[in-house]
Every structure is written in structure tokens, then in C-alpha cells.
Design a protein. Structure first.
Length: 82
């Protein structure tokens, strides 16, 4: 796995409470008992700037926004085939 871009490391220093700056760190955490004890462990990588997991209503809002974006791409025939 390639190292994160230099500018992301600067961002990591600005937000030291965030837990997952790399896929490797997230994968490492996913294999711990603490991860599986958390009811939202599959979405733990979505954090606020204080490193706290976001609430269900925020996740639903994010999902709705993304679905709207995909719907627009489909309407404009710009969505990828797969």
C-alpha cells in the first residue's frame, strides 16, 4: 500500500483525534474485540473532527445525498457501467 499523500499528513496533524487516516489503520482496528463490540463498527471510519463516530441520522443523511448524486448521474447518462 502506498503511503498517504504529503498533504494528508499535514491534515492529520491538524486533526489529531481522528483515528483512521489510512486503510491499514482501519483494517487493523476492525480485527479487534473493541471494533466488534461497537454496534456501528462498519461505519467507524466516518468520524467527526473530534474523532467520534457520527450518529445514525447523520449516516442516513450522507447516504441520501450520495444516492441523489448517483440518481443524477444515471439521469444524465453519466453513471459508469459497473
Amino acid at each position: 500500500m502506498a503511503p498517504p499523500p504529503a498533504n494528508s499528513m499535514k491534515t492529520a496533524k491538524m486533526y489529531p483525534k481522528l483515528c483512521f487516516w489510512t486503510q491499514a489503520k482501519y483494517n487493523e482496528w476492525m480485527n479487534t474485540p473493541a471494533a466488534h463490540a461497537n454496534p456501528q463498527f462498519k461505519f467507524a471510519f466516518i468520524e467527526d473532527k473530534e474523532g467520534k463516530m457520527v450518529f445514525d441520522h447523520t449516516l442516513k443523511s450522507i447516504q441520501k445525498t450520495i444516492q441523489g448524486g448517483w440518481a443524477e448521474l444515471i439521469t444524465k447518462s453519466m453513471a459508469p457501467k459497473s
